[in-house]
Design a binder for this molecule. Structure first.
Ligand code: ZN
Length: 88
């Protein structure tokens, strides 16, 4: 039996991981999302785009100016790797 690991979920409004404090989605969160949305990469893209929009809104809510290019790379930039089929 293994202990259930603490999930890598975002803590708003900073959007840092509750577990490892890295900018969300951190590496473990990306792996969990790919597993959760396995076979549903479009749904995953929509989920991440919605999360990115919320994160951008939160940055504005804090009175800051978000780096949109960096936000896009952070939330969606890693997706092409996840979508690549794993064939051997
Ligand atoms: Zn994490």
């Amino acid at each position: 039996m293994t202990a259930r690991p603490r999930p890598h979920l975002p803590m708003r409004p900073a959007w840092l991981c509750r577990n490892c404090a890295a900018p969300w989605p951190c590496g473990p969160a990306q792996l969990a999302l790919v597993a959760e949305f396995y076979g549903h990469s479009i749904a995953l893209a929509f989920y991440l785009a919605a999360s990115m929009q919320e994160a951008i809104d939160d940055v504005y809510g804090l009175g800051l100016r978000p780096d949109l290019s960096a936000m896009h790379g952070r939330f969606l930039g890693w997706l092409s790797l996840a979508r690549r089929p794993r064939r051997r």
